[in-house]
Design a protein around this ligand. Structure first.
Ligand SMILES: [Mg+2]
Length: 93
């Protein structure tokens, strides 16, 4: 395995850990305390882990710099746009 492959596995794992935390939040609630941390805390921690791996991929030149302010704002706009679309179509209350 190369360093690139190793970092890509880390990226996939962190994405999976976010998915797991989100699943727990949706099944049991964001503030459920069935263990030492809540799903809300787990999501925040795993997002930090993901950002760390993304930065390592950028630093290694494996992926181009992401997360420009413009790109982030464009994504926020898109998410809000589709939230309104969903609301208009009755799938979001
Ligand atoms: Mg993690």
């Amino acid at each position: 395995m190369t360093e690139t492959e190793h970092l890509l596995v880390c990226l996939a794992e962190e994405c999976a850990e976010i998915q797991q935390a989100v699943g727990k939040a949706l099944r049991f609630g964001l503030q459920d305390n069935y263990k030492d941390s809540t799903p809300a805390e787990d999501i925040a921690r795993e997002c930090c882990d993901l950002i760390a791996v993304i930065e390592m991929l950028e630093e290694a030149g494996i992926i181009k710099k992401t997360g420009t302010i413009q790109a982030i704002e464009q994504k926020k706009f898109k998410v809000r746009y589709y939230m309104e679309y969903a609301r208009e179509h009755g799938t979001l209350s």
